[in-house]
Design a binder for this molecule. Structure first.
Ligand SMILES: Nc1ncnc2c1ncn2[C@@H]1O[C@H](COP(=O)(O)OP(=O)(O)O)[C@@H](O)[C@H]1O
Ligand SMILES: [Mg+2]
Length: 275
């Protein structure tokens, strides 16, 4: 009986101390604090994660495809570090393993270029001798799988989900599922953008949001940028450090194509994916 009780005690301790925190994932390992995420502070926090002094580095155990490391800074912010060498190769036949981290940064640059503000600040940094992407940890945010269907149908979320869908078409992201976006209050965040930017010019085959009317604000942003030669040149220069020439030109092709469709039809027509 005594052995049984000791066993039970050890099992419960193991669950509470080890398994439970892992199951709760990253959230329990992060210092929780209410934060505001206005456009301005997000930009400021990009500088924060790029340059701040690191307090701790903690590898996450969990059922993730790639190695996930939590980095805490002395100033109180945290970030997700995904080292190049921890990437699971061969996830996609047209995207080389070891390059996902650069695509994470490229997705952030495209988000900034268009002013969408749904990708958390993402930079590239060397940490403990490894190079990888470093993305601001959105504290208190939950994975999309937890957003109730009724909420998803509200205008504010419908619009943001459409914006994320268009971003994914632009960057040819093949990995957007309900654990790869987050929500906090009324905002969504597109995370895990590493399986993006292929050389293919055509749109992805996913049929979800074709023919849905796009938010006016998104159409305006696309229109502004497809006509902005200098802005495009700046983006091209920045992307050169991250992607191949073919991947960059395919992206700009999709940008012009999608931008024009959005302006002409106020939606991305279903037939557009065949072109
Ligand atoms: N910037 C972030 N802020 C908050 N949580 C995040 C962030 N990035 C990742 N996570 C959490 O970590 C999980 C794994 O990260 P993800 O980038 O999806 O890794 P993988 O490439 O292994 O799928 C996500 O599903 C999410 O719960
Ligand atoms: Mg993921």
């Amino acid at each position: 009986m005594a052995t049984f009780l000791i066993g039970l005690f050890l099992m419960s301790s193991l669950y509470l101390l080890v398994i439970c925190p892992i199951k709760q994932g990253l959230k329990t390992q992060i210092h929780k604090k209410e934060r505001g995420f206005s456009t301005e502070t997000m930009f400021f926090e990009e500088i924060g994660i790029s340059e701040s002094e690191i307090k701790s580095v903690h590898k996450c155990s969990g059922n993730f495809s790639n190695q996930i490391v939590i980095v805490k800074f002395h100033n109180g912010i945290s970030a997700i570090f995904k080292p190049s060498e921890g990437e699971c190769a061969h996830l996609r036949k047209n995207i080389k393993g070891g390059t996902y981290y650069r695509r994470e940064r490229a997705a952030y640059l495209v988000d900034k270029f268009l002013g969408l503000n749904i990708v958390p600040p993402t930079t590239i940094r060397d940490i403990e001798g490894k190079t990888g992407s470093l993305q601001l940890f959105i504290e208190e945010a939950k994975e999309g799988i937890n957003l109730r269907f009724e909420q998803q149908e509200t205008e504010i979320f419908k619009d943001q989900l459409l914006i994320m869908w268009v971003l994914d078409l632009l960057i040819s992201n093949s990995d957007r599922h309900v654990c790869n976006w987050l929500f906090l209050g009324n905002r969504i965040f597109a995370i895990d953008n590493g399986l993006s930017f292929t050389e293919e010019r055509n749109l992805l085959n996913s049929s979800e949001q074709y023919d849905e009317e796009l938010p006016e604000s998104l159409i305006e942003k696309l229109e502004k940028r497809i006509n902005d030669k200098i802005g495009k040149n700046i983006l091209k220069e920045l992307l050169k450090k991250l992607l191949s020439e073919e991947e960059i030109s395919a992206f700009f092709y999709r940008l012009d194509y999608i931008g024009k469709l959005a302006m002409d039809y106020k939606r991305i027509p279903f037939w557009a994916r065949e072109n």
